[in-house]
Design a binder for this molecule. Structure first.
Ligand SMILES: *Cc1c(COP(=O)(O)O)cnc(C)c1O
Length: 454
């Protein structure tokens, strides 16, 4: 009796040696000449059992993986360089459990809305570790941020600086601000997740930022600490970041020399890429960030400028690989022309990214994880949109109604972008810690979905 384990591929960074143990896409056991099927396991848990217990679609997240990644960012950034800190971009995944993990790991938090701030407040997230972002903050949001005493606002326009100053003045406080600068670099990622090119809706171009610095100098209720940039998301290497840092450093040097303005904080945004498919080969996080810090340090030393405190804002990198989504196969349609659609019980409502900007994912037939692929299919979402295809052209074993599909790497921007299109409820989130799953967010009920209706 022999047993063989076949590794088809892994989704982890190549330098991650434990990847093989955590995500392996199938093992089969040959016993008395019979191939026995095995179920896909995620962080030690048989996902077919999760589907049975919690239903599908289902978001499954690994607390261990989130913590491990939060610690890795700390190790390669906060702890290696003095006066540095990482803020998690809450828009990528925000739940109470996520905030508990971040508080435990000592990470800061980026919010861009009163809703995100609301949950942070509910969980007593340390206000000084919150940065309030957004290109169109409402007065209500600014009031909420000031009310909770967030550590800083990242300002996106002159108008907003004036508004924050007035509102802080009305409350008798002075609040820290950064100015978001548009560095004018092309991040070579999808147009919809590229944010730093000239003409972007985000931030102010460097010349306007100089005026904003002068303007802040005239205001009593904002204290300008420095600058922020974010070039885009899902970047495979730090070249765009380095280019942007160059632009910011020139600005910082000019302001110091010409205006005597000392930049205390340089926030370099997020965007650290992950591996969704075999096509993606992201630079390791330590090299990615290390190169950025190195560039700032060298420049400051060469120009006799004190190095500002540095901030990074990872979102996707922390949570993407820590999550998968489970779906039950519904109808399987083989068209005469050759195309095969494997329909599932979710799609656009729980993961709009493929429809929104052509995001790609890998998946496994989780209850037949060991069977070799036999056909190329598309995994079709259930919504009334032709664009609701989760994966175009993936090789899978033969799928039948009732089978279980696990789409991998869905931890970022899936739960947070979920919606009720076609009135599908938002799936539950199950969190795995030390090999034990627990319900983290329960499935939305229909009553909750319609609860605002009068
Ligand atoms: C979205 C965003 C991030 C996080 O981006 P990731 O690609 O998820 O790392 C960080 N900072 C700002 C300002 C953002 O808008």
């Amino acid at each position: 009796m022999g047993a063989a384990m076949v590794k088809f591929f892994t989704l982890q960074a190549p330098n991650d040696k434990s990847a093989f143990l955590r995500i392996f896409l199938g093992s089969y056991f040959i016993s008395d000449g019979v191939i026995r099927m095995s179920n896909f396991r995620f962080h030690g848990v048989d996902v077919t059992e999760l589907a049975r217990e919690y239903g599908t679609p289902l978001y499954v997240m690994s607390e261990d993986e989130i913590s491990r990644r939060a610690r890795e960012v700390k190790r390669c950034f906060d702890e290696r360089y003095e006066r540095c800190s990482a803020f998690f971009a809450s828009k990528s995944f925000l739940t109470k459990d996520m905030l508990r993990i971040l508080i435990r790991e000592g990470m800061g938090l980026d919010v861009v809305s009163e809703g995100e701030l609301f949950l942070a407040r509910e969980m007593n997230f340390p206000p000084e570790k919150i940065a309030f972002h957004g290109n169109s903050k409402t007065e209500g949001e600014i009031a909420a941020g000031l009310g909770y005493g967030v550590g800083k606002f990242v300002c996106d326009s002159m108008d907003e600086i004036a508004l924050i100053d007035r509102m802080a003045g009305e409350r008798g406080v002075c609040t820290n601000v950064l100015i978001r600068v548009t560095p004018g670099v092309d991040a070579h990622t999808h147009r919809y997740i590229s944010t730093g090119e000239a003409g972007s809706k985000f931030g102010l171009p460097p010349e306007t930022a100089k005026d904003a610095v002068s303007f802040c100098g005239t205001l009593a209720n904002v204290s300008l600490k420095g600058f922020h940039f974010h070039v885009g998301s899902q970047l495979m290497d730090n070249s765009a970041h380095l280019e942007a840092i160059g632009v910011l450093l020139d600005l910082i040097k000019w302001l110091y020399g010409e205006r005597g303005f000392e930049t205390r904080i340089l926030d370099m945004g997020g965007g650290f890429g992950v591996r969704y498919t075999k096509k993606d080969n992201p630079q390791g996080i330590s090299d990615f960030i290390g190169g950025m810090v190195g560039k700032v340090e060298n420049f400051c030393r060469a120009n006799g400028i004190a190095r500002p405190s540095l901030v990074v804002e990872p979102g996707r990198w922390i949570v993407s690989d820590a999550g998968i989504t489970l779906y039950t196969v519904g109808s399987v349609k083989r068209l005469p022309g050759g195309a095969t659609y494997v329909g599932v019980d979710g799609g656009y409502p729980d993961n709009p990214r493929p429809a929104l900007y052509g995001a790609e994912y890998e998946a496994v037939l989780a209850n037949k994880a060991d069977l070799p692929p036999v056909e190329t299919v598309s995994i079709a979402g259930k919504c009334c949109e032709s664009g609701d295809i989760l994966i175009h052209g993936i090789e899978l074993p033969e799928a039948r109604r009732g089978d279980l599909i696990a789409v991998l790497g869905t931890g970022a921007y899936n739960h947070s972008m979920s919606n009720n299109y076609n009135k599908n409820p938002v799936p539950a989130v199950v969190m795995i810690k030390d090999g034990t799953p627990r319900l983290s967010v329960r499935r939305q009920t229909y009553e909750e979905m319609f609860s605002g209706n009068i």
